[in-house]
Design a protein around this ligand. Sequence first.
Ligand SMILES: Cc1cc2nc3c(=O)[nH]c(=O)nc-3n(C[C@H](O)[C@H](O)[C@H](O)COP(=O)(O)O)c2cc1C
Length: 242
Amino acid sequence: MAHVLHLDSSPRGARSHTRRLTREFVDMWRRRHPGDTVSRRDLGMEPPPHITEGWIAAAFCAPEARTPDMHAELSLSEHLVDELLAAGVLVIGVPMYNFAIPAMLKVYIDQIVRIGRTFAFEPEDTVQPYKPLTYGKRAFVIVASGDAGYDPGGPLAELNHVEPYLRTVLGFIGIRDVDFVYVGNDEFGGERLERSLEIARSRVGHLAASRFDPPLLPQPHFSHAPSTAGLDSGARSRDETV
Ligand SMILES: Cc1cc2nc3c(=O)[nH]c(=O)nc-3n(C[C@H](O)[C@H](O)[C@H](O)COP(=O)(O)O)c2cc1C
């Protein structure tokens, strides 16, 4: 049995492809894994606040030395970290904004990448001072874009700062088992969009049917080299892209 954390970061409602596909993913996952539980956080409609000077001072202060104001400053962050750590499976909807993740998701990441909670910093370890503390999770990321071909191997793959960034930052805290689903062509609409949605839905169906077996042992320490899992080679022509 696993707990699923369903995160959306599109500010669009019914028109959002990521929102619709994460919902379909979670519905299918529930049918395939009936014992699993789900919680949802809507970063698109209710983005967390930006971090502040007070937040930074509190986050980098030893927990036992924090003042009541510092604890108050971190209370949302603590809650978001608890919520993340309670989940075994993450389903994340990500609209591509200016080739990268939307600000709503970035502020969430700033709130959950926390020293002493999701990663450790051990300066005396000269080889590997940063250590992930977030184990045994699997993430599924659904990315939507106006154009197409940003997926690995696609003609616009080099412009994709969503997947490399998310693989780096999730890997930094210990989440390495990450699958991406792409839906493109929102700006073109019509058949191109329909075909892309069809491919994305089929991949969602396949991934939502997969097993989730949390590892029993902590995963190896973070390496500064981002994972290239899922990156294949072979460029495709533009009209083959999703
Ligand atoms: C502010 C903004 C920036 C965007 N930047 C890009 C971009 O860099 N590349 C792209 O292909 N589409 C871009 N788009 C289009 C969105 O990625 C596309 O509409 C996508 O479907 C949004 O996800 P959603 O349907 O879940 O809301 C942008 C849209 C907005 C509103």
